[in-house]
Design a protein around this ligand. Structure first.
Ligand code: ADP
Ligand code: AMP
Length: 213
């Protein structure tokens, strides 16, 4: 099963993608996580991506597409995957469609996690991410058991630099301009499913399971 998560930054794509990955036993592939791991490791890719990410801009398509295609060509992706944060532009979607087409394959579901803009700044300013394992929490809606400590691995939780309100507004603007058109793109392919992302995370997940079966 090949799944794409669509939705504004902070809509809950990552939260749901991790739950899907666990239930359906497929890898969770997040381009944002790949970039952040490269920034942490101070690789050339990380240094290049950071320039864009810090300003809330998209990393150029050429760079992003290559990273993604290399990742999904790995063995563990043979039986499917859930993509979180890719594609984010029409050209990225077209490259993915073509690459799958060549293998006689296609995306099965594009799930749009719909959350109005008014909720997004609150979601993102409250997001806390684990510096070690990447687990995410929300200080009000999905708090860790101990303040600022990851439930899963015990490391410190941080506010991502690009989750500060001024950057969030820029990311939201870019989302509307460049990523939202993907909703029409995948509607045209007959695979778009929309879920109400304002519900509690377990209720959103139940709706997704209702779609995926
Ligand atoms: P995305 O991957 O779309 O950027 P995340 O999954 O990281 O978004 O979620 C953004 C923030 O909102 C996080 O702090 C997360 O814990 C919180 N969150 C996710 N889903 C919900 C939900 N259904 N209700 C309330 N908060 C949520
Ligand atoms: P995310 O973790 O999905 O919120 O992504 C964090 C940041 O990484 C984004 O704001 C972009 O700067 C960059 N990024 C992640 N995925 C992509 C993508 N598919 N295309 C371009 N930039 C991306």
């Amino acid at each position: 099963m090949k799944i794409i998560m669509l939705g504004a930054p902070g809509a809950g794509k990552g939260t749901q993608a991790k739950m899907i990955a666990e239930k359906y036993q497929i890898p969770h592939v997040s381009t944002g996580d790949i970039f952040r791991a490269n920034i942490k490791g101070q690789t050339p890719l990380g240094m290049e991506a950071k320039k864009y990410m810090d300003e809330g801009k998209l990393v150029p398509d050429e760079l992003t597409v290559k990273i993604l295609l290399d990742r999904v060509a790995q063995d563990d992706c043979k039986n499917g995957y859930v993509l979180d944060g890719f594609p984010r532009t029409i050209p990225q979607a077209e490259v993915l469609t073509e690459a799958l087409d060549k293998m006689g394959d296609k995306i099965d579901y594009a799930i749009d996690v719909a959350v109005p803009d008014e909720n997004i700044v609150n979601r993102m300013s409250g997001r806390r991410a684990c510096v070690t394992c990447g687990a995410t929490y929300h200080i009000v809606h999905i708090p860790p058991k101990v303040e600022n400590i990851c439930d899963k691995c015990g490391s410190e939780l941080i506010l991502r630099d690009d989750d500060k309100p001024e950057t969030v507004l820029n990311r939201l603007k870019i989302y509307h301009e460049q990523t939202q058109p993907l909703i029409d793109y995948y509607t045209g392919k007959g695979v778009l499913k929309t879920v109400d992302g304002t519900k509690d995370m377990n209720d959103v997940f139940a709706d997704i399971v209702g779609i995926l079966g």
